[in-house]
Structure formats: C-alpha cells, structure tokens
Design a protein around this ligand. Structure first.
Ligand code: URA
Length: 231
C-alpha cells in the first residue's frame, strides 16, 4: 500500500496534508526517513512512525455503539443528528451503519467501513438473528405470540417466523432474522399491539456491551468480529 494512503487510513490528515508531512521528513519506515508519498509499504510487516510515534494501522474499523434515541443512521440529515457525529475520530473513514435503526430506536448498532462485513450480516440468507427488546402498549396475548412465531404476510413481504420471549406482560424479546424497514414495529401493529419503546440487544452472538451508555461506543473485539463472521 502507498505510504500516504496508509497514513490517511490511520487518521493523520488529508492526503494533501500527509504528502506535505512526508516531504517534510516526519515519517520513517523501518527507521529510515522516507520522503516519497507513493513509497510502497507492507502494512503487515513494516514499522511506520510519524514524528517518532508508532503508527497503529487498521485496514477497517468495526464499531459497536449503543445508539441513543434522536439520531439517525444516515450520512447526513438536515434536521436530526446522525450516529456518525458520535464517532468523530473515525470521520476520515467511509463509515456506514450495518443496517439501520429508526430515529427513536436505541441499542446495538454496528458501524464499519468494511462492505463485505456489513453485507455478511445483513444478508437474509445468512439468517443472523437480531434480538429486540420491545415495550408494548398493551399486554401481549397467546394469539399475538402465535402470529409472530408463525410469520406475518405484509403487502410487500412475509416475515419469517420470529421467536418471542415474554419478559412480562408488556415487555417481550423478539428475535427476527431479517431487517426490513420498521419491521418490528410493523409486526407488532399487524398482530394488534404496538411498540412504545424499542431497543436492539444483540446481533448474532454479539450482545450490546452493558458498560456503554447511550451514545457510547467502542471497537469490536477480535472475538466479537469472529463470532459475527463465524470464523
Ligand atoms: N424494527 C423497527 O421497527 N425499527 C427498528 O429500528 C429496527 C427494527
């Protein structure tokens, strides 16, 4: 990989700024000052320093966020805050969310710049379960549970059978295997109930880190990444 690209991905500035830093002798590769921005490095083996400090390189980032209510999963929005405003130190990357949560939904959101990873998780053929905690307007009943667990025919799609765990009469954990627009809210309306509060708790075997306050985030661990792509 080119040296200037490597430093841009590591967050050292724009390509233009980095070219200037390189020309000014800020950058060493394996202990030698390199002044050519197109110098090719081996990102897995070479040691690169910037102004004497080792550069930590990540090809991609995988962020776990506890999404707060009131912000949207879009790259820009004229009215509302976006989830990307919560992760300014990664703004030099082409980030996107892995699927979307509604503006009022909270909980586990994955943000990345790795298209293959996102595709793997959202592809319905991989049947990756997502668990939502749903607070309901009315007590859930057996008939509603049966309909949710059988699958529901909408005009535009049919939901796959979901799993329902009753926490109490007005709170359920709903596991679904797809992620259509407003799917959980639509499913509950279709069975004659309504979601008043929605929080995503897990995706596959990865559960929202309880230490994360709303709006908090951290990088996924290697173990969590491996669980999601089932290495
Ligand atoms: N289903 C919904 O209805 N909303 C979400 O934000 C996620 C799933």
């Amino acid at each position: 990989m080119r040296l200037d690209k490597y430093l841009a991905l590591a967050g050292y500035g724009s390509r233009k700024e980095i070219k200037q830093f390189i020309r000014n002798g800020y950058v060493e590769v394996n202990g030698e000052i390199i002044k050519k921005d197109d110098f090719k490095i081996d990102e897995n083996n070479d040691s690169v320093t910037f102004d004497g400090e080792l550069v930590e390189y990540m090809e991609h980032v995988y962020i776990m966020m506890n999404k707060p209510a009131g912000c949207v999963c879009a790259n820009d929005d004229r009215k509302a805050e976006t989830v990307f405003e919560y992760v300014p130190e990664y703004s030099h990357r082409d980030l996107f969310t892995v699927g979307r949560l509604d503006i009022d939904t909270t909980g586990l959101l994955l943000i990345t710049d790795d298209g293959d990873f996102a595709h793997h998780i959202i592809s319905p053929k991989n049947m990756i379960p997502k668990v939502y905690q749903c607070d309901l307007i009315s007590p859930i009943n057996d008939e509603q549970i049966k309909q949710l667990e059988t699958g529901i025919d909408f005009k535009d799609f049919s939901s796959m059978p979901a799993k329902v765990e009753v926490v109490d009469s007005k709170r359920i954990l709903l596991t679904i295997f797809e992620g259509k627009f407003h799917q959980v809210k639509r499913m509950l309306i279709a069975v004659g109930n309504e979601v008043v509060n929605l929080k995503r708790l897990s995706i596959g075997d990865v559960t929202l880190d309880e230490e994360l306050i709303e709006g908090g985030y951290r990088l996924l661990t290697t173990d969590e990444y491996d669980k999601l792509i089932k290495k």
